[in-house]
Design a protein around this ligand. Sequence first.
Ligand code: NAP
Length: 527
Amino acid sequence: MSDHHDVLVIGAGFAGLYQLHRLRTAGFDVRVIEAGDDVGGTWYWNRYPGARCDIESVEYSYSFDPELEQEWDWSERYAAQPEILDYARHVAERYDLRRDIEFDRRVESAVWDEGSRRWTATTDDGRRRTARFVIAATGCLSRPSRPDLPGVEAFAGEVYWTSSWPHEQVDLTGERVAVVGTGSSGLQTITAIAPDVASLVVFQRTPSYAVPAHNGPNERLAEVRPTYREFREVSRLQPTGFQCEGGTDLLTETDPGEVERRLGLRWDRGGLCFTSEFPDILVDAAANAVVAEYVRRHIRETVTDPGVAELLSPRTYPIASKRMCVDTGYFEVYNQDNVSLVDLNAQPIKRITERGIVAGDREHEVDVIVFATGFDAMTGALNAMEIRGAETTLRTKWRDGPRTYLGLMSHGFPNLFTVTGPQSPSVLSNMMTSIEYHVDWITAALEHMRAEGLTRVEPEQDAEDDWVAATNDIADGTLMPQAASWYMGANIPGKRRVFLPFIGGVGVYRQIGDGVAVAYYHGFEMV
Ligand code: NAP
């Protein structure tokens, strides 16, 4: 096996799999390095109880092959983790991808050599591989955030992390369980385990806005299939990369009764499109407050204890400025006798003991602690590697926040691409749509370079500066920076607060990316 390749791809999640397929079909010699022992990325690691995608399965799937689209059956409106992982495995088999993937290997460093115009990547087994191009398909939410709580090692029971749940069956029946964290992973876990555990204590720092999923059999698949091609074309141009039929009337200019009616229709339909009814929700605090109150009212109507309902009601940040959750009976869980809620703002966690968690002046004795504490989003997985470019490391360059051109490349790091990198729509979109777009774009760029005999590509400093400024300006025009969210890097102590994704929309972003490519990769220096 040669240790030099045209392209080294890091990660065999949905981005890495498709990137391998595209480049190999185009005749490149590609090697993929994957830390896990199977494909699937996010869906390989996050196999906690209740794990499920909150983008509808007709949208959260590859669109590149009409045959694949027609042959794969999604059983539910929102697919559960095992089904999505099966899909990733099916794709790996169907396109014979495994033969070019090395599993159980983590890339620790990648160093650029200007003389040979090659990257040298070193994996955790000490092995080195060289490649002309490196493509980081490392995911946006793949570097777990593990808060340093004193005493964890003293705990006598079991500790689990939703972000790296064991592969063998974990039976929590009859156990006394604590869950720390109430983002999407926490909500799904809590809802799934509550019926079976002896007791459940939820440790909440910030309550989440959640809208109902209304999950069920996937009736939409039969509807969409006959015209799947056209359906995908429409999705690709939407702001979120999936179809929401966004409204155009401003909430603040709409009669309150009509606002209530329209939000009700969205609520009854379920899912993340809830906030797409009025375009001013994310930019006008008054509009946002109406929608936030709508959700809080539902929480009050669902949770029978008014004190608990109030604790579960988000009030400190605009709705949708932190990633919204999609739930299936989450708030109802708090009406169960065996479930209790600890407000960490009033009773902060002091330490973990042999028996459980001390919050405020009370020790909560449990058998199992589940941490659902999130990720060092967007930059975490990239900065975890020692990526040394022409002059410095990526970590050093990005100390005050990521700097990219189109979220695809960073000046000073030639021939290094990031799939769904920071400052691209990524986490604000259907990841599948954004992954496919970036992979197609990168593949076309590499084919162009090969055809022209070019061996080095790097974004120009000016192009990058302009893109960074533009992404920040657009975000500053919204309510998004008001939340202490992972979009802002605020969940990681010491991380610079900068809005990480591009919020201009998938359709707009696509037009920009296409325009750049058509203009002979304007803003990129190719030599
Ligand atoms: P998350 O949204 O960042 O939630 C982490 C939770 O842990 C928050 O409630 C956070 O509180 C809390 N937390 C963090 N550190 C803590 C500490 N030291 N002490 C106490 N509480 C702490 O992470 P996530 O739930 O894993 O979700 C991350 C993202 O992954 C989602 O937003 C979504 O984009 C994606 N995801 C999607 C799905 C889906 O498709 N259904 C499912 C899971 C995840 P604060 O809010 O106060 O920081």
